[in-house]
Ligand binder design. Structure first.
Ligand SMILES: Cc1ncc(COP(=O)(O)O)c(C=O)c1O
Length: 502
């Protein structure tokens, strides 16, 4: 670990720090293409002085992506697809081209996989949840560190009498012991459908679970839902190497633009098992009012795309994926891995004068089998956490975009903050708290625990200056008392802009 005890990360020390960083993490030197791209296509970051550290919340778009999409729309006439008129045919062609390119990007065999376009990853997950053939003999096994949109499938499973089983992550790294995963997968009987759901990368801790669990589950008769929403933006997902049944994604997390489009990558054979609970325009061969019946288009993707797809935006999905492919997902991965390793080391090394750590990281501190998402709190010399709202407000003053809260990942948060089942169960007996903040305050008052976390995450346009400026920010908390810095609201955008203009 670097001796970061006394480092203050002053602006004039950055060049030397970067030189030292590249000696320790030489893979970074293989990624100059990102610097060129950032100067050309993400110039707004540096022009406006932003440090963007919320790529797991949403990726950033290249200016060229937006221009290419705009030009396509400006130079063509497109109508609603799936008709025989020329404007419709032109659109159908581009929609199907985008669908084919999504498969190509993830190296999926089109005979084995199909792409269902959805509004986002949550929409993809809901399709699986509402249509999966859960019965009283079924199991739904899921990791603690799933996103809430995966947790929500438990409600469909339970409603159909299936047994829901959570697999807890364990401290200190918030990983899932493999022996417990395999034991759970062994514990399922024949004659019913079983679904195992886990994130390829936790959007809270950055933990990357083994992709080999997909085949381990298949070998035991389970279907597998591998949530790649947080994994795909900075890691290669090769669907000839690993073959989950369902892969939900949100495209804006990979390349920023457009929002409002996600996908369910689905194995055709497993998709054929799903049964939609309703029908909609576009999902049926026929439906009748007088005959009171309907025939669905299942098993193809069309049976899952309700109504009109977000057709004008689908060419922008292909533009975005081509943009990532041109840069190279391996290049993005190598850069994010190097910056994350440095950041983990710098954050862990930062100390108060009394030797106490300034940062408590939740998740692996070693840069192994983890992605570029780091969850943490900032602690004072007495071991008391600074109010996360104060940290967020101070970051906002410096135009640093980070995220606070639970990131829709309550399982990781509860384990990280030692929250016990009975402490949470209590909130579901009576009236619901009005907001997350109210819940936070109630739990904090009752137990002294802080169920809120701060998260930084790296992505396609990250560079060393970003992480260095972030460390300079963290260093300002050194030797300060949490009680001196109580809750503060984040400055408004107007206030930040006015300060900049002054
Ligand atoms: C791991 C993971 N799964 C699912 C989702 C849901 O994505 P969306 O909100 O785009 O539906 C997210 C969003 O943060 C996520 O990180």
């Amino acid at each position: 670990m670097t001796d970061g005890r006394h480092a203050c990360y002053a602006p004039d020390g950055r060049a030397a720090a970067e030189a030292e960083f590249t000696v320790r993490y030489p893979a970074y030197l293989t990624t100059p293409a990102v610097d060129e791209l950032r100067a050309a296509d993400y110039a707004r970051l540096d022009r406006l002085g932003h440090v963007y550290l919320d790529y797991t919340g949403g990726g950033l778009y290249a200016e060229g992506q937006v221009r290419r999409h705009h030009d396509l729309l400006a130079e063509n006439v497109f109508g609603n697809p799936h008709s025989q008129n020329p404007t419709s045919l032109a659109m159908t062609h581009l929609v199907e081209q985008a669908r084919a390119y999504v498969l190509a990007f993830f190296n999926a065999d089109p005979d084995e996989y199909t792409v269902v376009f959805t509004a986002n990853a949550s929409g993809a997950l809901k399709l699986v949840g509402e249509s999966y053939p859960f019965t009283p003999g079924s199991r739904y096994a899921l990791a603690y560190d799933n996103h809430n949109s995966v947790n929500g499938i438990r409600e469909f499973a339970r409603a159909r009498g299936a047994t829901v089983r959570y697999l807890p992550v364990e401290l200190p790294d918030l990983r899932l012991p493999e022996s417990k995963v395999l034991a759970a997968l062994d514990d399922a009987g024949p004659g019913a459908h079983h679904l195992f759901a886990y994130p390829a990368q936790s959007n809270f801790s950055g933990v990357q679970h083994p992709l080999a669990w997909v085949e381990a589950a298949h070998a035991r008769g389970w279907d597998v839902l591998l949530d790649c929403a947080a994994f795909a933006p900075t890691n290669r997902l090769d669907l000839r190497q690993v073959q989950p049944d369902f892969v939900p994604l949100s495209f804006y997390k990979i390349f920023g633009y457009p929002t409002g489009v996600g996908a369910l990558l689905a194995r055709r054979s497993t998709l054929a098992k799903l049964r939609r609970p309703w029908f909609a325009g576009g999902t049926i061969t026929i439906a009748s009012v007088q005959g009171d019946g309907w025939h669905s288009l299942i098993p193809g993707e069309a049976g899952f795309e309700d109504g009109t797809v977000n057709y004008l935006n689908l060419p922008a999905v292909e533009i975005g994926l081509r943009h990532v492919a041109a840069l190279g997902i391996e290049v993005i991965h190598a850069r994010v891995a190097a910056l994350t390793a440095w950041l983990l080391d710098a954050m862990s090394g930062l100390r108060h004068a009394n030797g106490a750590p300034v940062v408590q990281i939740y998740g692996p501190v070693e840069p192994v089998a983890r992605g570029g998402t780091i969850a943490f709190t900032v602690r004072d010399p007495g071991g008391v956490d600074f109010d996360f709202r104060r940290v967020e407000a101070a970051a906002a003053e410096r135009k640093i975009s980070l995220r606070t809260g639970c990131f829709c990942n309550p399982g990781d948060g509860e384990v990280a903050h030692h929250v016990q089942p009975q402490e949470m169960a209590h909130f579901f007996d009576g009236p619901a708290p009005g907001s997350f903040y109210e819940f936070y305050d109630l739990l904090h008052t009752a137990t002294g625990k802080t169920p809120s976390t701060i998260r930084v995450s790296l992505g396609i346009a990250s560079n060393f200056a970003d992480v260095y400026r972030f460390m300079a920010f963290l260093a300002t908390f050194r030797d300060r008392r949490a009680a001196e810095l109580p809750w503060a609201a984040a400055p408004t955008l107007e206030a930040v802009l006015q300060r900049d203009a002054a």
